[in-house]
Design a protein around this ligand. Sequence first.
Ligand code: G3H
Ligand code: 13P
Ligand code: ZN
Length: 316
Amino acid sequence: MGLVTTKEMFKNAYEGGYAIGAFNVNNMEIIQGITEAAMEEKAPLILQVSAGARKYAKHIYLMKLIEAALADAGAQGVDLPIAVHLDHGDDFEICKSCIDGGFTSVMIDGSKHSFEDNIALTKQVVEYAHSKGVTVEGELGKLAGIEDDVNVSEADAQFTNPAEVEEFVTKTGVDSLAIAIGTSHGAFKFKPGQKPQLRFDILENIQKRLPGFPIVLHGASSVIPEFVDMVNQYGGKMPDAIGIPEEMLRQAAKMAVCKINIDSDLRLAMTATVRKHFADNPGHFDPRQYLTPARAAIKDMVKRKLVNVLGCSGKI
Ligand code: G3H
Ligand code: 13P
Ligand code: ZN
């Protein structure tokens, strides 16, 4: 199977009460770790690429690595459905460049604009993307946290207004919608002592207004304490890193949420593992020595997500 769009994946996920994992990719080890986990779990997959990832690794390298992963899966007899998705496209140009460069899905994140300007920009991307058979994710509401170089403060964050979703979806023609219900980007989602909470009432309201329509959650890492402790134990400094409990995300995946974005948990697993490796093996300097366990840590983390959060094992 070649690359696929998110259309069929989301339809099956909605009907089946599970979600597809959208994992951020930046290099070969991350792509291999994620795809090996999905292959073993027989899970459909979204590999997403941010503007920062394109700048770091170059579009062509990421595309070719993903093509290699598909071919590798095929050679092992697994027909792995993979969608390659632009994460947080900021303007029409980057979306066009990714569509022209072979991505099968793009996000246009117009959430920093007014409602009307967000609609106009999203509609422009949808018209181009659909003419090329590519699916589009839009966003309504603002998440706190850091995306590339943009830091959205907690004061500027806003939950999605359910009264706006029908108009947004109808006027733009988007295929899925990212909403803000209390998740946020990065490893510091709540303050110490604060009880992690998601606004399930907003999600339910949106689900009622848009029956059958796929909803997306960004900022959905769980920032697993075991890995935060490992980072801190081996020379790192991440005091008070807190994420969204896995069972809350699992609940959302059973509802209208069809795509769950995970990046920070992969970063944390990789970094904790590399830190431990150097503490245990101070003489090592061959990158393969520390990238081998780092890649295995990515694979283990993705398997954990497929089982504990997404519920999409065995769905291909
Ligand atoms: O939402 C942002 C993702 O975690 C990607 O992060 O922009 O630093 O690549 P990045
Ligand atoms: P996390 O920082 O919670 O992993 O969120 C990633 C994300 O939303 C990418 O778009
Ligand atoms: Zn995001």
